[in-house]
Design a protein around this ligand. Structure first.
Ligand code: FE
Length: 205
């Protein structure tokens, strides 16, 4: 069995936004997709560690803003590398509007958004899968959607390819964070993007 086969799956990238008890937040997900057309339903799968997960769970509604190839790394950093538990991601954030359901959607670096209402929440352990009916949607631009592969190749800043002379470092393949040390602890979690040790690659000169 070749575990790298999983990398052959293609994914889009999205900002998931929701609101509960007067608090707005958003996070990056790569798991939105249409699951039925009549009625029109989408699914999203969200890590329970995300603050936005709890907002969706509580309110039962969310927006998915579809990131395009014009999305900047700042958008990923803003919604992906910090937690809504610690910062208000919409305080002073201007690239957003409220849709008819009262939730924010992202207006810069996106090509559309979908407003949906949760029908089912399926507990998957680390994640919850939400099946939701589409209530509203708008196309925002004609730019192609950003795939995860496009993000890796063209949005994420290019890191230094080599480690300092004689040193071994481990680099997070998702955000580029560098851990200095010969061995990366198995339970290491990237402090920036929260991805696990399995997403790090060893870099030696
Ligand atoms: Fe990372």
């Amino acid at each position: 069995m070749d575990k790298k086969t999983m990398y052959k799956l293609t994914y889009g990238l999205f900002v998931l936004t929701s609101q509960a008890e007067g608090k707005d937040s958003g996070c990056i997900i790569n798991t939105a997709g249409q699951v039925t057309s009549e009625p029109n339903r989408i699914s999203i799968t969200v890590n329970k560690a995300n603050f936005t997960h709890d907002l969706v769970k509580k309110s039962g509604s969310f927006n998915v803003s579809i990131l395009s190839e014009e999305a900047s790394f700042d958008t990923f950093r803003h919604f992906g590398f910090q937690s809504g538990r610690e910062v208000d991601k919409f305080a002073g954030y201007e690239d957003c509007k409220r849709s008819a359901n009262g939730l924010y959607y992202i207006t810069a670096g996106t090509n559309g958004y979908i407003s949906a209402k949760v029908e089912q929440a399926i507990d998957l352990g680390s994640h919850t899968m939400f099946i939701a009916s589409v209530e509203d949607m708008e196309v925002l631009s004609g730019t192609a959607s950003a795939s995860y592969a496009y993000y890796q190749a063209s949005i994420k800043p290019k890191p230094e390819k080599t480690a300092p002379a004689g040193k071994t470092v481990w680099r997070c393949s998702v955000c580029g964070y560098v851990y200095e040390g010969e061995e990366l602890p198995e339970d290491f979690v990237c402090p920036l993007c929260k991805h696990p040790a399995s997403d790090f690659e060893k870099v030696t000169q």
